[in-house]
Design a protein around this ligand. Structure first.
Ligand SMILES: Cc1ncc(COP(=O)(O)O)c(C=O)c1O
Length: 426
């Protein structure tokens, strides 16, 4: 009996050790991959010692080529201004993709575009309060940009249409109106065919308003849980609603309708779902050109991450000791998890971004975030020294690209330029 119990206990003990070994985290740390080792050298060679947004232009070009391979000959392409908030980057992509079309989301960036790039064709990506539109006309100075031909306001309700109509009349300027339709996202836009018809009649009867198209953003289809054919249904629904809206609008005779119409849809998450056979004739793409991590999806698997935040490691330590009072906790964690044995502090932090290089660095569950000096833990196999760069990958490009001053442009293994970004404004 005693023998049996001993066998049982030994067996249970071995099982616990085995389970422990299995559950125990392995060491995820590794020195820089050659790509990041090169970036680290390039940043130091330029004498850079502050958090810097690095843009890999070779990868941006390859991403643009991927987009073009999909759209060429089938769909027009409109660059999403807010997701690529840098004139030089937008210029480069406009040139590569052969497009002057941009989707703009704020009054300051509309003003900037109209002033600095008067050849653009602009579709607003969200409806602006009529006061913002009035400000645009009041402050607009001749630059070569002709709002009556090159700007489409986005209008989402009959009430807003009435406000814009009044503005057009008080200023005596012609205005192009693109109608936002709700294809399932439910963020806004017209969802009733009767409302659409009423808006079409207003547009048809007014001498200063010109109907220029529709905008139906469909990114929700890739965000909803894909259960029991849900996603396929949602994609089909978005296409069908778009078609229905286009048919409703086209059924109303419009003497001053713009041709060709701008029938815009999609964004980075969904542009690959469109092939020109639906009612839409153009797609909007921004983020996918630089592929932040929120865009790591199957549909975008061919695109490469092209933006990184590089920030110097200020202090690198061969151990991790939590502040006085919680030192024991860090010791306990470090003895269990090899990835929590050493620590470093970076210049800045707490960005919408995750550490990616060198591998195996992570935030501390004990200490949390700091915008001033961010602690990161690792096994030490990263082999970092003070002033080496830690690379973070932004989760999104919008807003994040504007937090670091001029972008450092990396091309053919070297930093070749600094590009100013848009001032951070809403
Ligand atoms: C109306 C509209 N179209 C397109 C996009 C797509 O932008 P991106 O390609 O950067 O995802 C957005 C993003 O917010 C949007 O609001």
């Amino acid at each position: 009996m005693a023998m049996q119990r001993r066998t049982f206990l030994v067996g249970a003990g071995l099982a616990t050790v085995a389970a422990g070994t299995l559950l125990r985290p392995s060491d995820h740390g590794a020195p820089y991959q050659p790509y990041f080792a090169q970036l680290n050298r390039a940043l130091k060679a330029q004498g850079i010692g502050t958090p810097t947004l690095v843009l890999d232009l070779d990868r941006v070009r390859a991403n643009a080529e991927q987009v073009l391979d999909h759209t060429r000959g089938k769909l027009a392409l409109r660059l999403v201004n807010k997701s690529l908030p840098c004139l030089s980057l937008l210029d480069e992509l406009g040139r590569l993709c052969g497009t002057q079309r941009q989707m703009v989301f704020s009054l300051p960036y509309l003003q900037l575009a109209a002033r600095e790039r008067p050849g653009l064709d602009i579709l607003m990506g969200k409806p602006m309060p009529v006061a913002a539109a009035a400000t645009f006309y009041r402050e607009h100075r001749p630059s070569g940009f002709d709002p009556s031909r090159q700007l489409q306001w986005l209008i989402d309700t009959p009430e807003r249409l009435a406000q814009y109509r009044q503005l057009a009349h008080s200023l005596q300027v012609p205005m192009r109106v693109n109608i936002e339709i709700d294809v399932g996202l439910h963020r806004g836009g017209v969802h009733s065919q009767d409302t659409l018809q009423a808006m079409a009649r207003t547009l048809a009867s007014d001498p200063l308003l010109q109907w220029s198209g529709l905008m139906g953003y469909d990114a929700h289809t890739e965000k909803i849980p894909d259960i029991a054919g849900n996603r396929a249904r949602s994609r089909a629904h978005a296409l069908a609603v778009y078609q229905h809206c286009a048919d409703t609008m086209k059924a109303v005779a419009m003497p001053r309708q713009v041709t060709p119409l701008t029938l815009n849809t999609a964004g980075s998450p969904t542009f690959r779902l469109h092939d020109g056979r639906g009612a839409a004739n153009e797609v909007a793409v921004g983020s996918a050109m630089v592929k932040p991590s929120d865009f790591d999806t199957d549909l975008l698997s061919a695109m490469q991450p092209a933006v990184f935040i590089a920030t110097p490691a200020l202090k690198v330590s061969d151990h991790f000791t939590a502040p006085y009072g919680a030192e024991w906790a860090s010791q306990l964690l470090g003895s269990w998890d090899p990835n929590q044995r050493t620590s470093l502090f970076t210049y800045g932090g707490n960005w919408l971004a995750t550490p990616v290089a060198p591998e195996g660095l992570a935030l501390s569950g004990l200490i949390g975030h700091s915008s001033n000096q961010q602690i990161l833990l690792g096994s030490g196999r990263q082999g970092l020294h003070p002033d080496d760069f830690v690379f973070f990958r932004p989760t999104q490009s919008e807003a994040v690209l504007q937090q670091f001053g001029d972008i450092a442009v990396f091309e053919q293994g070297r930093l070749v330029a600094r590009w100013p970004v848009f001032p951070a404004m809403a």
